[in-house]
Write a protein of this length. Structure first.
Length: 329
């Protein structure tokens, strides 16, 4: 297969590209704006073509999309906290960018379009799990912009018969995740003896999915998903943030005194939980439980300082100081 992977230089996108090249032998073109989160080094040794360009740039999109069998779109602004302090880029990429891709896919007659989305479009749920039929009730500028993108994708199947599939993943973790997100931030801070900033009461619950399991789930949806359908891809385990932080302390050997309680995120969703029966019916199953995946993740960060050292000394340092009001050690 010849695939266009948008946002393929980011965390999940690059793990998906690795999976497609190694397990499926695909030819892959990556289109990526290379924002702070897009790292060309995530793709090194994979032998893929990397076009540096934005998904809202119609010319760059047409060039990258020419001759591909399918498009998988990961490209997005993805951090809830950044969406609260600066929402415009989220609408530009997650809504306008998605629309630009859909227009090109329609014009060029692309066979399949897979949109990567998130459980956050459903909002927060205190008990039970969201199904694909749950209403969209996004609560952050990030999740609202992702929901907007999803609605446009569905409209292109309804209006133009474009073969689209939407995959909604729960919280991912694993190698190559930018350390603004909970798990890599806590792992790197623990390894450096820096404070571990826990928001609110630390009892918010996330449904953790190892990134390689998500990559395989997306491949199932790409190959077997019915046009116009949505597939939830949820992880096998849920955990409160504070328990995740304690597990990271155990794996890194860092001291509990590093835990620092900080002001809660505005509008912080209490709990996410995804029911994944529909994608299971296509033959997918999560293979990595949280304990194993976290151990593998901590080992990866320990062994790959070449990857995170340039990040910790660059834009991230300024972001961290601005957001947390304190410098990294
Ligand atoms: P990430 O922030 O690590 O990577 C995003 C990538 O998109 C980067 O390579 C960035 O350079 C690129 N990008 C940003 N704006 C762009 C633009 N305008 N044009 C082209 N490229 C652009 O994000 P991630 O965690 O890998 O998430 C990938 C996708 O998966 C997103 O759509 C996100 O909403 C979704 N998702 C993420 C999670 C999670 O836990 N991280 C869970 C479910 C769904
Ligand atoms: P995050 O990784 O930002 O993912 P999302 O908010 O999209 O689920 O955050 C995961 C959880 O961890 C969320 O409840 C917020 C919390 N959190 C902290 O307590 N401290 C932090 O420094 C960060 C980044 C997140």
């Amino acid at each position: 297969m010849k695939l266009l992977v948008c946002g393929g230089a980011g965390f999940i996108g690059s793990n998906f590209v690795r999976h497609r090249v190694r397990d499926h032998g695909d030819e892959v073109v990556v289109l990526d704006k290379l924002t702070y989160a897009g790292r060309p080094e995530n793709l090194k040794d994979l032998g893929v073509r990397l076009d540096a360009g934005a998904i809202e740039d119609a010319d760059a999109v047409r060039t990258a999309m020419a001759g591909v069998d399918a498009v998988v779109n990961f490209a997005a602004e993805t951090h809830v906290d950044r969406s609260i302090s600066g929402p415009h880029a989220f609408v530009e990429t997650n809504v306008t960018g998605t629309l630009t891709l859909l227009e090109a896919a329609r014009e060029l007659g692309v066979g399949r379009y897979v949109q990567i989305s998130t459980d956050e479009v459903y909002g927060s749920i205190d008990e039970g799990s969201f199904t694909e039929a749950s209403p969209l009730e996004p609560s952050s500028p990030y999740s609202a912009s992702k929901a907007g993108g999803d609605l446009l994708v569905s409209s292109y199947t309804h209006t133009y018969d474009l073969e689209t599939v939407i995959c909604r993943g729960s919280n991912n973790y694993g190698p190559y995740q930018y350390p603004e997100k909970l798990i890599p931030l806590m792992v790197l801070n623990a390894l450096h003896g820096d404070p571990l900033p826990v928001y609110g009461d630390g009892r918010n619950v996330r449904n953790w999915l190892f990134v390689e399991d998500f990559a395989r789930g997306i491949s199932h949806a790409l190959a077997h998903g019915a046009p116009g359908e949505v597939y939830n891809v949820g992880g096998p385990d849920e955990a409160q943030n504070i328990d995740v932080v304690h597990a990271i302390l155990r794996h890194t050997g860092a001291d509990e005194s590093l835990i620092t309680w900080v002001t809660d995120r505005p509008g912080h969703d209490r709990r996410y939980s995804l029911g994944s029966e529909k994608i299971r019916a296509l033959g997918w199953e999560a293979q990595v439980r949280f304990d194993e995946g976290l151990e593998r993740t901590v080992s990866w960060y320990r062994e790959n300082a070449w990857w995170w050292e340039p990040i910790r000394s660059g834009e991230y340092r300024e972001y961290y100081e601005r957001h947390y009001g304190r410098a990294l050690g």
